[in-house]
Design a protein around this ligand. Structure first.
Ligand SMILES: [Zn+2]
Length: 154
């Protein structure tokens, strides 16, 4: 290897989408983000397939919050390492994690369906939740949690 390689711009293959520019179900499974992402253009490399090396130290490859549906201003803030934005992203991930646990718990211990769990959540928990979701969104989401749980229990 030539020493001059050291001075080249160090773009590397995007570790989130593996250079495809698109995050597929395979990538989602590999990064264990099944309930948090859906297949979409890759926000980590901005669908280019390559990222600058410094990106790796700035943002975790599986950073849940960094998805393509965010406004560009927010994407930029995450990539710049803006603490407030990153904190908000962490809060959101915690919220989603707790919702997943809530749904799994009621499905596994009480065999409740998605609709009943959503109703229970809305009457007991939603008031104190840091993020809101509509009843339809909740049911759909909880159904996804149950489906994944079913597939791992088999
Ligand atoms: Zn990518």
């Amino acid at each position: 290897m030539s020493i001059f390689n050291l001075f080249k711009r160090s773009d590397i293959k995007c570790p989130r989408c593996l250079g495809k520019g698109f995050v597929s179900w395979e990538d989602i499974n590999r990064l264990n983000r099944q309930l948090k992402w859906v297949p979409a253009p890759c926000a980590y490399c901005n669908a280019k397939g390559k990222v600058e090396k410094k990106m790796l130290s700035m943002v975790d490859v599986d950073c849940m919050y960094l998805t393509i549906d965010l406004p560009e201003s927010v994407l930029d803030k995450i990539k710049e390492g803006d603490l407030e934005t990153i904190e908000k992203g962490k809060q959101r991930e915690l919220f989603v994690d707790s919702l997943i646990q809530y749904a799994e718990h009621h499905y596994v211990t009480q065999n409740m369906d998605a609709e009943s769990i959503a109703n229970l959540y809305l009457s007991n928990e939603a008031e104190n939740a840091p993020f809101s979701a509509t009843r339809e969104e909740l049911i759909k989401y909880i159904q996804g949690v149950i489906n994944l749980k079913k597939s791992t229990l088999n």
